[in-house]
Design a binder for this molecule. Sequence first.
Ligand code: NCD
Length: 485
Amino acid sequence: MKSVISIRDFSRKEIDSLIVLALEKKRSGTVKKLNKKVASLFFENSTRTRTSSETAAENEGCYVNGFAGPEGTSVMKGEPLVDTVRMFEGYGYDAIVMRHNLEGAARLACDTVSIPVINGGDGSNSHPTQTLLDLMTIVEAKGKIDGLKIALVGDLKYGRTVHTLLQAFELYKVEVWLVSPEMLAMPEWRIEDYKKAGKEVIFNDDLMQAISTVDVLYMTRIQRERFPEGPEGDFEYKKVSGIYNLNASMLKEAKKDLIILHPLPRYKHNLEIAIDVDKTPYARYIEQARNGMFMRQAIIERVFGKGFEERKKKNEEHNLLWQDLKIEHGKKMGQHMLYRLENGTLIDHIEAGKGESVIRVLGLGKYKETPMIYAKNLTSKRFGKKDVIGIKDKELSEEELSKLALVCSHATVNMIRDNSVFKKGNVILPYKLVELIECNNPGCITYKKHHEHAVSVFYVENQDPLRVRCHYCEKPMSREEIKLL
Ligand code: NCD
């Protein structure tokens, strides 16, 4: 693995070794003479991530060029992301560092070009290099991450830095406090992901209580730019702005060795951290930002060196679509009117009530030339009640079998020729689903209104209950949430 797209791709060993390398670079000043070309493509505002990445690349002997904001580029003419990144590959750049307002943008770029891509933030989703420098700063101050109590404070809904930090904490033994107003709470699915890793979080909207308890206070800016546009967004923002403003007088009850972090920028019109905190021994955010350069140097060295060790996925990757079942009563003649299909496909054991969905996703209602038999609410030994659908003179394609499995998990498919079942089985969804599901996240790069023409890709994380995850924005969906393309 040579790209840095999501912290979910990184093993703990890899993260720990990057921290060691970055701290070593900071201590000794050692650099490589890499002699590579790095494209710095910032489609969205940035101060630290862009300049520290560029300085890091230059320190390691790279040539850097690109753009800081879409103004002045053909992005403003409506160019799709895939074309922009292909150009830089074509000009002989060896890697891309990029930031974009859409979730999954870095993943799409990485799938498009063959050079490594480093994600400097993709919408509300992810900011892996920030998380690595945050962890580095914690290790530098505390000597460890395990065993610490860490509060994430403020905009946990839209803030990509806290989303990514929480994903990294899946790998550590930390006590995580989520301190936010309800309106800016960490998305439910992100907490579910964290819990699936065997962890618990502590919800508490009382900042004072967090201050007196935790070892690390991670403050964030309210991400005004990610609120809905128009009066609705203005109203929401007014309700929460200034809700957690920290000042030095609030730190009286803090542990002596508390550290305060903030990815920066802070918002000058309503400071999350008052200027008087800067002089206290707790303030680490300026040093944290400086560490960004050393961490990005470590990342650049690895990108052009041995690459990164991947985190092992728990779920099985397989391309199966079919599991054969024993054919017991090959001849279906005469058993039941319904089974009198000379040729075609009989879909049995559909959970009662799901028949309509099967008809819809297979488009059976539409074409008259595919005569269909549909029986509802039959008695089933296995499910109590079931629906059964027979389609005359038709075999299902792989795509149709996948769609069937997406709406109902237990169906048995009988393929019939000359009055005999010649193939019988259950459909099992393959690990990777291409161009089948529409992502329901409006911030996702695959969302139609963004016109980025990204082909939908989902991974099946769990068959029953079904859970799939968008390859780009990483948001999971349950069977009930799935909308087929
Ligand atoms: C953060 C970001 O862009 O997500 N900043 C950063 O990279 N240092 C946080 C923010 O903008 O509030």
